[in-house]
Structures are given as C-alpha cells and as structure tokens.
Design a protein around this ligand. Sequence first.
Ligand code: UDP
Length: 450
Amino acid sequence: MEEHGGRRWPLVVLASSPFHGHMTPTLQLAKALHAHGFSIAIAHSNLNPPNPSNHPSFTFLPLSDNLSTIDDSGSFSNFIQTLNKNCKPSFQEHLTRLIGEQNGGNKSIVVIYDHLMFFAGIVAVDLNLAAIVFRSCSAAYFPAYLVRQQLHQESRFLEQDYVMQEMVPNHHPLRYKDLPFSKSPVEDMQQLVAIMSQSIRPSTVIWNTIKVLEHEALTQIQKHYQVPVFAVGPLHKIAPTNPPTNFLEEDTSCIAWLDKQAPKSVIYISFGSLMRLDKKVLTEMACGIAKSNQRFIWVVRPGSVCDSEWTEFLPEGFIEETRERGLIVKWAPQKEVLAHFAVGGFWSHCGWNSTLESISEGIPMICQPFNIDQMVNARYVSYVWKIGFELEGLESGEMEIMIRRVMVDEEGEEMRVRAIGMKEMVKEAVQNGGCSYDSLEELVGFISSC
Ligand code: UDP
C-alpha cells in the first residue's frame, strides 16, 4: 500500500443513499475507514445531502438525481429505479475523473455502495474497480427477503397473508407476518425484486451487524454471495466519533431534563426518520402514554402524523396532564438519550439503527414494526433475544399495559438483565480482539490489497 500526503491508497468512494437511516451508518463506516488511514470520498444524491462542513476531511461528490423528495405515498420501487437511473451518469463522470487524477490510473479506487444505490456497483465494475456492497439492515433481514421473494415466484404468497401468525416452514423463527414488505402492494414488491436483480455480484459485502449476534444469518449470506462478508457493527460504536448528520436539528434540552429524572424511570419513544403515521394510531399512543403514568420522551417529527403539522393530533388535556412527567421533541440526540441513566425502555419501530443503538445500551424495547425489515428485527428482539415485547394491537389499553410491563413489571426487569448482557456482548465485539473489531481489521486489509 502506498502513502500519499499522509493518507493511504486506495481511495475509498462510498455511495450513500438519501435515507437518513442509511446515510448515518455509511458516514460512520467512512469515519472508521478514515481512521485507518484511507482517503474518503462520499458520493451522494442531491436529495438529503450530507453537510460537507461536518466532515472536513472527506471529499464530496454530488450526484444529479433530479428528485425533490422521498415520496412515501408513491411507489418505492419507482423511487429506487429513478434514483439509480438519474444518479448513474454523474457517478460515472466523477469516477472517470478520479481515475484520471490517480497518477495516470496507477492507483486504485475502491467503491463501497449502499445496496439501494446498485448503479454504483455497475459503474465500478465497468471501470474495472473493486465494488463492495454495504448493507445497513440486520443480517436476518436478508434470508427473510429471499424467502419472501421465493414465495412470490411460486405465487404462494398473497397480500392478505400479511396478518398470518403461522411460522414459515423451515424458517424459524419467522412467521409469515414477519416477512419483509408486508404492507406494500404485491406489484411494488415484485417490481422492486426485479429492479434489485440488476445488481452485480459484489467482490465483498460489509454488514452493519455483529457476528456473535447474527451468526446464522451471516453464514447464509456468505453462502449466498460466495464472497467474504465483514460484520463490522454496530458502526456507531466502531467509528471513532459519530459524525453529525444533517437531517433535523437535535433538541438537546431533553438531556438536561433526563439529568433530573430517577434511574431507568423514562421510556423513550421514537419511530425513526421516515415513518408517517395515522392520526388515530398516534391518538391511541397518547392515551396509552397518559394512562401508563410513566415518564417519557416522545419524538414526534414535524409532518410525521397525517393531517397534523406537529402535535395537533394530541387529545385535549394531554399536555397539561403529562407536563410534569413527559417531554415531546421534534428530534432527539437518540444515541445520547439511550445511553442516559434515566432511560429504562425504548418504544421503537425497530429500524435497524435504532435496534442496534438500543442493544448497545442495554435498553429493553417495545416493538411496533411497520414495514420492510422492521418486522424481522422486532421478531428477533422479542422472540429470539427476548429483550422486548411486540405490540400486537394498536389500542391505548394494550399500549398502557406494554409500557408498564417494560418499565415496572418483573418481566421487564428480567428483560433488562438480558439486555444488559447484550450490551456487554457489544462492548466486547468492538474492543481490540472482539469480532467486529477484527472484522474491520480484515476489511481494511482487503481494501488495501485491492
Ligand atoms: N434518530 C435520532 N433522533 C431521533 C430519532 C431517530 O437521532 O429523534 C436516529 C436514530 O438514532 C437512528 C436513526 O435516526 O440512528 C433512525 O434509523 P432507523 O434505522 O432506526 O430507522 P429509519 O429512520 O431508517 O426508519
């Protein structure tokens, strides 16, 4: 490996998708690689771009996407197709220029791309560069996705099946209802599968997970791809610093509020960066929270509730009734909140970043999954790892009971003990000699040899 201006070759170009839950771990991976001496360039769509001033040591490569919004009311497959089609030409131009600049092409460039940005893999291979795919979902999601795809091909899975409680034969612990994309129309799912099948076979795979946590799924992934798979998660613990993102401004006042609360007395409630929910569900939540009589921090993103700009959906009297024991914020410093001594539970949609962040801090969960990989994650949290309860109904009564089960009841305490055990497992994994630490070292060796 050559040194150049104090940094190593190859240059690592990371192509990130515009989703916040993908951008964050991509930047964390970039930080980790940068700390190992690589030069870093981030290729990103103009939609939801990162803020270069937050990352002065990286180069940024904007891609012309001609997209103005992530339209969650439309078809997800159309969005992904347009994103890939539109970003491809400018990515190709950037790479061609960079190759020209690398001392007449003698020095190598390695492309790591978010799997949703599969055009980047195609361009890299066309230009004879190593292409590494990066997955920011759970490893368990991958076999579940393959099962769902297979059921479609065999026309054995109909949309109305999504409520099915039965176990999928030979795919323990999954029930039909845990399979990905449950609530998307079948046609959109089929189209997405067709679009994703354009992806090339990568030269290696990076996964934001932990080998000891998802060993079985990682083995299946390795068998499927037949290339090295590096489990380097959780990246927010592996990265030397957590790069700020440019999504919403964090309301840090909640930390000062938490400082005044008793240990493990507060439930943190957040459904991530994308979910848009029905007003009725949110009203039930508010009633459940009020009736539980527990302390809480509730993240309500502006615009995340249909027909409500922010908190207009709240039932009358909610604010007055809970003023002494609760906070509603637009966006929280989630990792800091989960690491705070006062937080004793996390009511989550089970996005993978949130799940990893919760596991890393030993916080038991209430799982309320909605789509894509969230059902699989929730199934593992509640049924396999037994560090959370899955909310089955959306009535305030059940929500109230769930909050009390996690925060007050003995079974919540037992879950907390298991969750703290997992926190220790994460700590070990990211330490020198731990599985994720070692995986990152191997990945660094692999990239250096490209
Ligand atoms: N997050 C945050 N503040 C909030 C809510 C969420 O910083 O108020 C972060 C959270 O820490 C996580 C990400 O947003 O890193 C959400 O990612 P996840 O995969 O859980 O869900 P998604 O947003 O992709 O649905």
